[in-house]
Design a protein around this ligand. Structure first.
Ligand code: NAP
Length: 466
């Protein structure tokens, strides 16, 4: 028994989950079998439901993940929700180790008056909606607004600003969800105001993404040169951070170009030292936004504070998108750090509230380190956790509690009425989506609703012609 392959469940089939699976397969000392358990029918997590539709090259990474999924030592078990269809406790009856790769699905609040008003939404919602995430398929997002505020200046804020600014004819060549495309075709948006609470050298977005804003047809990026004045602490940041220097150069270019620009087309205004302080509303609906100008105080140790300068103004916007970072949700039965908003862990080993290691449980990706880093960051991060998995399994050996039958978990799920979706079934959905897209000159037309996907699996011929 002790020589049997180690069986590992990876919960979540996004980038972190796939990199964890790939790292597990690399083990030459001991054979391993990996089940990728995913709550959706489609794999790839944020690559499918987070990466902007007009960034198709980034999505090519799914080819790497597909190779992992097709490895005979790996099984994809889709349509299985941890905590609903199977508990963490039950998983221990089928696996020697569990790796949580559940990501960060929720958003953070600004904590200012008016956030409950109609017209205010999170980037998590907007991005998932335009990418055809099944949970957000039935949202009715109104784009009948001329002015929209996007709070934050990370890459998600830039993605949101770009999708709102881009011409719908360009978006019509992408895999954007059909429901979002039809709303964007009728969009009234003319002015998108991106609000960065700190200065230009502290913008979190990467230079490539920032620069792209300036290359959109019919779009002017407006920057106030006053926002680009530097103070001595900025010089230190510019020296330490190459992205900051590049961003500054791009912003100076925007400021120069926008100075003489006309009023045609759409505008993306990048405001620095700007924090929303109140979302103004009437009868439950957003009608404007009060924004304060900040002064940034940086201490010698690099910590910083924002102080109100006393200057305030009202922006003419009736929609606001918070793009201030994602957060993980607690997973039932798994220790959660409510301050850092992630699965409590010590370098990838799950720990309980008293700091004790929870045997045979691990975490990778955003649920481990918080919502930071690019897709590739997860590769290194997953490999680091998998070193612990391997060490611990080497020491503990296979769990004596594990059902010797590898199909035991599938029976467990099916007995509970779960229709487990296997990778070959996803591949069929994938082919159908691509075939639907070919007819429209698009990379794919996504299935959005879960039922629609299940129907397509039951009757693929019908789905192809629809
Ligand atoms: P992020 O990079 O952490 O940016 C969050 C932004 O929100 C920052 O500008 C932050 O300002 C601001 N913010 C936070 N709390 C705020 C508050 N209370 N009020 C006002 N502003 C606030 O997060 P993200 O944009 O969600 O991106 C998450 C990760 O995904 C990042 O690593 C990003 O690079 C990656 N990503 C990459 C791509 C791409 O490669 N194309 C696309 C999307 C996302 P401070 O800096 O002042 O805290």
């Amino acid at each position: 028994m002790s020589d049997r392959p180690h069986r590992v469940a990876v919960v979540g089939a996004g980038p972190a989950g796939f990199y964890a699976a790939a790292a597990l397969l690399d083990d030459e000392a001991h054979e391993v079998r990996v089940d990728l358990i995913e709550r959706l029918l489609a794999p790839y997590g944020l690559v499918r439901y987070g990466v902007a539709p007009d960034h198709p090259k980034i999505k090519n990474v799914t080819r790497v993940y597909e190779r992992v999924a097709l490895d005979e030592r790996v099984r994809f078990l889709g349509n299985v929700t941890l905590g609903e269809d199977v508990t963490a406790e039950a998983l221990h009856r089928y696996y020697d180790a569990i790796i949580y790769a559940v990501g960060a699905q929720s958003d953070r609040m600004l904590g200012i008056p008016g956030e409950e008003l109609q017209g205010v939404l999170s980037s998590t919602t907007l991005v998932a909606w335009y990418n055809g995430h099944p949970t957000y398929a039935d949202l009715s997002i109104d784009l009948g607004h001329r002015g929209v505020a996007v709070v934050g200046i990370g890459n998600v804020a830039i993605d949101v600003a770009r999708i709102l600014a881009r011409s719908s004819s360009t978006l019509a060549t992408t895999d954007i969800a059909d429901h979002a495309l039809s709303r964007l075709r009728q969009s009234d948006v003319t002015d998108i105001h991106v609000l960065a609470r700190r200065g230009p050298v502290h913008a979190k977005c990467t230079p490539g993404e920032l620069k792209e804003l300036g290359s959109l047809d019919g779009v002017t990026v407006v920057v106030d040169p006053r926002d680009l004045a530097l103070d001595p602490t900025d010089e230190a940041e510019l020296e330490a951070n190459r992205n900051a220097a590049k961003n500054l150069e791009i912003l100076r270019g925007f400021a120069e170009a926008s100075a003489g620009a006309g009023a045609d087309g759409r505008r993306v205004h990048l405001h620095f030292f700007a924090s929303p302080v109140e979302i103004v509303g009437e009868a439950g609906t957003m009608t404007g936004l009060r924004v304060q100008r900040n002064e940034l105080r940086v201490s010698d140790d690099g910590s910083w504070d924002l102080v109100a300068s006393g200057e305030e103004r009202e922006l003419d916007v009736t929609m606001l998108v918070r793009a201030i970072g994602y957060r993980s949700d607690p997973v039932p039965g798994v220790p959660f750090d409510a301050t850092r908003l992630l699965i409590r862990n010590d370098d990838g080993r799950v720990i309980d509230d008293s700091g004790q290691v929870v045997p045979r449980e691990y975490v990778v990706g955003w649920a481990k380190r918080g919502p930071r880093g690019l897709i590739g960051t997860n590769k290194v991060d997953a490999a680091e956790t998998v070193v612990h998995v391997r060490d611990d399994l080497g020491r503990l050996g296979p769990s004596p509690d594990v059902d010797p039958d590898p199909d035991g978990v599938i029976r467990h799920l099916e007995e509970r009425g779960v229709r487990v979706i296997r990778f070959a079934q996803w591949q069929l959905l994938d082919r159908l989506e691509v075939a639907r897209g070919e007819k429209e000159g698009r990379p794919r037309v996504k299935f959005v609703r879960r039922d629609e996907m299940l129907d397509a699996l039951d009757d693929p011929g019908d789905a192809e012609t629809s």
